[in-house]
Ligand binder design. Sequence first.
Ligand code: AMP
Length: 212
Amino acid sequence: MILMFLGAPGAGKGTRADIASRMLGIPTVSTGEIIREAIRNKTPLGLEAEKAMADGGLVPDELVIEIVKGRISLPDCAGGYILDGFPRTVSQAEALQKMGIVIDLVISVEASDDLIVERLCGRQICPKCGTTYHTVDLPSKDGKTCDKCGTALAVRKDDNPEIVRKRLGVYHKQSEPLKDFYKKLGHYVEIDGTKGIETATAQLSVLLREKI
Ligand code: AMP
């Protein structure tokens, strides 16, 4: 089974992809995560991607397509996977088609730009275990360290208001056309990204039961 989550940065697609991953027992393939790891490890891909990511732009299609090809050919993807953050351009979607990959369900997560700016500008992430917090909506117990593993929380460099607005502009121009691309192909649904984790989990469990 292959699922795809579309949506603006901060709309909640990563959270929902992780919930679906646990429900279905298949891995999440997050291009943003893979690129961030490459940047941390200073690999050639990381060095090439770093500036684009810091500026809120997209990493070149060819690079991202190669990353995804490599990742989905690993054994843990043999029983299916969930694409989170890929594709982000129509060229990337066409590359997936050329690889002969058929998506069982495309889920677009919807949220307004204003809500996204508020959400992303308070986001804190545990660099060790990946748990996400929010300074106002979901603070850790002391607001500074991870409740699960005690690591000091970090803020992503691209989660500041100026860069977030830029990332939203990139989304509307380059990624939003993907909604029409997949609507035409069918197996496309939109869900509300403004709900909390419990409602999102219930929504997804109904959706996956109905549609798949
Ligand atoms: P994300 O964690 O999904 O918000 O991605 C963070 C950043 O990684 C984006 O702002 C882009 O710079 C880069 N990125 C992630 N996925 C892609 C993609 N499919 N195509 C191009 N750039 C990407």
